[in-house]
Design a protein around this ligand. Structure first.
Ligand code: FES
Ligand code: FE
Length: 376
């Protein structure tokens, strides 16, 4: 089989095996997901001391817990004694401490080893050294971000920098005060596709006219296929007759306080590589967190966040949730349609990036650079 060389105006995507090969996925886990900042948990989900949530980060299970001083902490979800998984549940609330279900080693919520059967006979054991293995944690936009690297990359440059790169200024995203918003709805999607297909799909709007009828009604410039998020720093404007970012273009809620005039009636999207999408509209924020579980499987948690009074007042958020839920389903269906073909000989040398998608090549470069870095 031969493939014709691409004209110079076009570029090739990654070869098909980068979406299917378990060994390449394992390298991504090791050299990418375990070295960069990953968005793990919404901080307000862990309201009370002892509240915890476990997430998959690369090859590791990480438990994020609120300690008794109110601070969020992250640890590898592994007992130091013989390695039993500490928290088997995805979420819950610990009473006072983390107790291993195997031989009952018990850890304070700050990770220190505080008790173990017969530990009195081992007075020399260092309770901090044999405490839980802690994981770096930062909070931003109301989420706990974790990093497994011993020396994490700069949070300001690699995470907040994504917002600066997209919007020109971190203040533009801070004005939404996402950390103060309330959760109106959460949808989880178990997508049978490689995580990079989801990122590539989010980065382009070439598909918008074909698969997103509701979204292109609200944001007519998306129908041109040029992802406004990458070509127009000001974001995508609502159509003239559109009242709100809702499934039928009907009225939304009052704009969030503090937004700049140019942020009204516009949609902005930010990709925080590798696994977060932030969508900003005047009256709510939609935040996607992805958890790549296998070469061909990605779990996505999508939160719809509103002004606290909207949620506390029991206002009906379904018209705005329905818009992006449909977009999500349309996008993830497209990714699942593509995934099986990645193993075909037709895709052995990859596919094509048309001119409006050349920025996706930067994403590919970024992935490849990470995969190569540890070889250097
Ligand atoms: Fe946890 Fe033994 S493995 S106490
Ligand atoms: Fe889409």
């Amino acid at each position: 089989m031969t493939t014709a060389p691409l004209p110079s105006s076009l570029r090739a995507t990654l070869p098909g095996d980068h979406y299917t090969d378990p060994e390449i996925f394992r390298r991504e886990q090791e050299r990418l997901f375990e070295t960069v900042w990953m968005c793990a948990v919404r901080a307000a989900d862990l309201e009370h001391p002892g509240a915890f949530r476990t997430v998959q980060v690369g090859r590791e299970s990480v438990v994020v817990v609120r300690d008794r001083t109110g601070r969020l902490r992250a640890f590898l979800n592994i007992c130091r004694h013989r390695g039993a998984r500490l928290c088997g549940e995805e979420s819950g609330r610990l009473r006072r401490a983390l107790q291993c279900p195997y031989h009952a080693w018990t850890y304070d919520l700050d990770g220190t080893l505080i008790a173990a059967p017969n530990l009195g006979k081992m007075p020399d054991i260092d309770r901090v050294a044999y405490g839980l293995v802690s994981v770096h944690l930062r909070e931003w936009l109301g989420y706990a971000w974790v990093c497994l690297a011993e020396q994490p990359p700069s949070f300001e440059e690699t995470v907040i920098g994504a917002a600066v790169e997209r919007l020109g200024d971190a203040a533009a995203v801070e004005r939404y005060h996402t950390e103060d918003l309330a959760l109106g709805r959460r949808h989880r999607y178990d997508v049978r596709a490689n995580w990079k297909l989801l990122v590539e799909n989010f980065m382009e709007c070439y598909h918008c006219a074909t698969i997103h009828p509701e979204l292109t009604d609200v944001l007519p410039e998306f129908a041109d296929g040029y992802a406004a998020q990458y070509y127009v720093g000001h974001g995508a404007a609502f159509g003239a007759d559109i009242k709100g970012f809702t499934v039928d273009g009907g009225e939304g809620f009052a704009p969030l306080p503090g937004l700049a005039a140019e942020q009204d009636r516009r949609y902005y999207a930010i990709t925080v590589k590798p696994t977060v999408f932030v969508n900003l509209v005047p009256d709510h924020v939609i935040l996607h967190r992805m958890f790549p579980l296998a070469a061909d499987r990605t779990l996505v948690e999508c939160d719809w966040l509103y002004a606290p009074e909207v949620v506390a007042g029991g206002q009906d958020v379904s018209a705005s949730v329905e818009l992006f839920h449909r977009v999500n389903v349309q996008d993830f269906d497209a990714c699942e349609r593509t995934q099986p073909s990645m193993a075909s000989r037709a895709y052995r040398d990859g596919g094509v990036l048309v001119p409006s998608e050349h920025h996706i090549q930067h994403f590919h470069r970024w992935v490849l650079d990470h995969l190569a870095a540890a070889d250097a």
